[in-house]
Write a protein that binds this ligand. Structure first.
Ligand code: IMP
Ligand code: MG
Length: 174
């Protein structure tokens, strides 16, 4: 049976907020280069839009981490599915994530990146579900705090569906 979708954050609000975040990030790193590290696959819309509002030189790479198996709740298991192509040693790094939920993914990734001796590491996330946190993660740039609902769209998926929706939607509300 087809699942129901309800718009939670319309595309226009996302666009406005991403612009604000990008401009703030650019001002916080006036020199550059800032290394934007997107976590595949969910962050790729956010990273693409954010990067165009960061008025500082950037370099872009992606890392693959999976913590969710299939379905809507975390397995607690994290694995590296694709490593970075470039070295981040001595560089300012901004990890770009679609959503922080339990915090397990970013907790794991932060310690992995620290081993590579970057100059600094901060986190930017489009969405944050603070109610679900199991690990402490410090988020420097957060787009929207959302309630404990499963969301899709603007890069976020449910079993690989719905990523290309322009709005962030709650899947099967009610
Ligand atoms: P965490 O490790 O529990 O913080 O999970 C983070 C990852 O789980 C995110 O990068 C997403 O890929 C996925 N995730 C968490 N909540 C949602 C959701 O509501 N919709 C889609 N994916 C989600
Ligand atoms: Mg993800």
């Amino acid at each position: 049976m087809a699942k129901r979708l309800e718009v939670l954050i319309p595309a226009a609000r996302i666009e406005e907020r991403v612009r604000e975040l990008g401009e703030r990030i650019g001002a916080d790193y006036p020199q550059g280069p800032l290394y934007l590290i997107g976590i595949l696959k969910g962050s790729f819309f956010f990273l693409a839009d954010l990067a165009r509002h960061i008025h500082t030189p950037t370099r872009i790479d992606f890392i693959g981490i999976s913590s969710y198996g299939k379905g809507t709740s975390t397995s607690g298991e994290v694995k590296l599915t694709k490593d970075l192509d470039i070295s981040i040693e001595g560089q300012d790094v901004l990890v770009v994530e679609d959503i922080v939920d339990s915090g397990i993914t970013l907790h794991y990734l932060s310690s992995l990146l620290e081993q590579r001796k970057p100059r600094s590491v901060r986190i930017a996330t489009l969405l944050d579900k603070p109610d679900r946190r199991q690990r402490v993660v410090e988020v420097a740039y957060s787009g929207f705090q959302i309630p404990d609902k499963f969301v899709v769209g603007y890069g976020l998926d449910f079993n690989e569906d719905y990523r290309s929706l322009p709005d962030v939607c709650v899947l099967d509300p009610g």
